[in-house]
Design a protein around this ligand. Structure first.
Ligand code: ACO
Ligand code: ZN
Length: 281
């Protein structure tokens, strides 16, 4: 019932201020009632506390001593940093992040139980601090082998490759865990587009380099992408044939080259040598 309620509620907060951006929101988010009649909310870009008035934010900024998300910096390459925030250790931050994210996520239920999640917050850093670009959340333990629950690139940063960077990062974590992973369903249209793009790129690159036959299982072991996702991706690229009750990859070089041209370029790469991380226990 709660899900349905949230799904059908009309947008409550029209814009937010976050760091140097004013951002128009997309969807309803279940802020506590006292915030619901605010057309605009003011977020502290570091601790993500939100306020109804600009003066409150200004007062807050004078005393807030965070200059980056709480938690551990687990990746740094150039000006890009990734922070891992444990929802149990940083409950308020986790909740604030969920309220913020829901403004741009339509179909997702909000997780009130942030304890069960880790949040990976991507930042662009400069001398003023680390500015959040986007994030993804991940269950500490997933029965369904989900390696990502929700993903968001904040609108001012969209379409620059950060979404695919976040997706790539989620698979690098899965590789370190020695597990395959898949994003939680349902995916939004933009989510599906980004995943399709990522899967396509990764698989085409391997097929292009690989000589001889390769199985879906082997691809899955190499990439941590779940076999089903590999199958649907290769099927949509028409690189799969069904022979004697088996799916067989037919990587015709001409077809590969055609797809590779269409797939565009890799964009922002995750430099695994700069990831310092051990799986959650
Ligand atoms: N229109 C058309 N194509 C788009 C658009 C758009 N508005 N936005 C992104 N794309 C395409 C890009 O061209 C790129 O395609 P390519 O693979 O052919 O190069 C691909 O999507 C990924 O682009 P990125 O720049 O890497 O992704 P971005 O930083 O924009 O983030 C994301 C993608 C996270 C899905 C973002 O759109 C977003 O936050 N949307 C709102 C929240 C959302 O829907 N999240 C996913 C929900 S599903 C889940 O959480 C499991
Ligand atoms: Zn703050």
């Amino acid at each position: 019932l709660r899900e349905h309620e949230e799904f059908t509620k009309v947008k409550n907060v029209a814009t937010i201020e976050l760091g140097r951006y004013e951002i128009e929101t997309w969807y309803f988010s279940p802020f506590p009632p006292e915030y619901n009649d605010s057309l605009k909310l003011y977020f502290c870009e570091f601790c993500l506390n939100f306020m109804k008035r600009k003066e409150q934010l200004q007062r807050h900024m004078r005393k807030c001593d965070l200059k980056h998300p709480p938690g551990d910096e687990i990746y740094r390459s150039g000006t890009l940093s990734m922070f891992e925030v444990d929802g149990k250790k940083n409950k308020v931050y986790g909740q604030n992040l969920c309220y913020l994210a829901k403004l741009f996520l339509d179909h997702k239920t909000l997780y009130y139980d942030v304890d069960l999640f880790l949040f990976y917050v991507l930042c662009e850093c400069d001398d003023r601090g680390c500015h959040m670009v986007g994030y993804f959340s991940k269950e500490k333990h997933s029965e369904e082998s989900y390696n990502l629950a929700c993903i968001l690139t904040l609108p001012p940063y969209q379409r620059k490759g950060y979404g695919k960077f976040l997706i790539a990062f989620s698979y690098e974590l899965s590789k370190k865990e020695g597990k395959v992973g898949t994003p939680e369903r349902p995916l939004s249209d933009l989510g599906l587009l980004s995943y399709r793009g990522y899967w396509t790129r990764v698989l085409l690159d391997i097929l292009k380099k690989h000589k001889g036959n390769i199985s879906i299982k082997e691809l899955s072991d190499m990439t941590a992408i779940k076999a089903e996702d590999i199958l649907t991706t290769l099927q949509s690229l028409e690189l799969i044939q069904y022979r004697k009750g088996q799916h067989v990859i037919c990587a015709d070089p001409k077809v590969l080259d055609r797809h590779l041209k269409a797939a565009g370029h890799g964009g922002l790469e995750v430099d695994v040598s700069k990831l310092i991380w051990t799986p959650y226990k």
